[in-house]
Ligand binder design. Sequence first.
Ligand SMILES: O=C(O)CCC(=O)C(=O)O
Ligand SMILES: [Fe+2]
Length: 299
Amino acid sequence: MTTAPERTADLYPTRGATEVATPRMDPVVWSEPGTPGPIEPAVLAEYERDGFLAIDQLITPDEVDMYSRELERLTTDAEIRADERSIIEPKSDEIRTVFEVHKISEVFADLVRDPRVVGRARQILGSDVYVHQSRINVKPGFGATGFYWHSDFETWHAEDGLPAMRTVSVSIALTRNYDTNGGLMIMPGSHKTFLGCAGETPKDNYKQSLQMQDAGTPSDESLAKFADAHGIKLFTGEAGSATWFDCNCMHGSGDNITPYPRSNVFIVFNSVENEAVEPFAAPVRRPEFIGARDFTPVR
Ligand SMILES: O=C(O)CCC(=O)C(=O)O
Ligand SMILES: [Fe+2]
């Protein structure tokens, strides 16, 4: 007798013939109420409601200098530029994103392990955590392209096989985020609805979606409905400020046509109790520098 391989139930259908909205089935905050941690209970309650929380100064100006120097070193290194982890701006030929910065740099590995960082991730996710993805979005001035509206979880579920919404991102500003240089925008409360997108995932979708989103893109009608219902919040702040946001927030950012770069480090923590399985709606897994398969907890 043969038994079918065990399959993880698909709670969040996407990439089918039509767009489908599914209510969120998972908690937003996974730790027991009252669990001690760096986030105050009232702030955690706001995070649950809105899907994000902002911190004026997560790291000090000296630390910002150190991380900026490290970013400068990475983006001027010819070997790193040639590496598949570097994504190049289609127009200007400048580096747009460097992936897996915590693997290619000891300095950024330390940032991930910092209790101000990993401590908040553990508190939100209620368990040990590992890094599903890390990246720096460099967003140089004079025309860096933005990121069209999306839910990260839609992609991580469809293409990386994350089963549940037990994943959180932190975006730490290494340059000042003005209201003009392509800052992050989130629709508050959008994390409570999963928008399954229409359209099959092409093989090797990531190669083109990292430069410009296509599969996994919500329709204009749905975006208008979401925006009318939730509004849009723009995140600004000094270098050293940070935004924590739930994996299912509808978010994006505009182009940066100012002279001022907007360079932020993104670290994505996933619960060790929510390890990636096979993709739910894609023919193949994405490479590990984009969707990790090493589930070793951050210590
Ligand atoms: O850089 C930004 O502002 C947004 C980036 C983003 O949404 C992503 O990298 O998934
Ligand atoms: Fe995103």
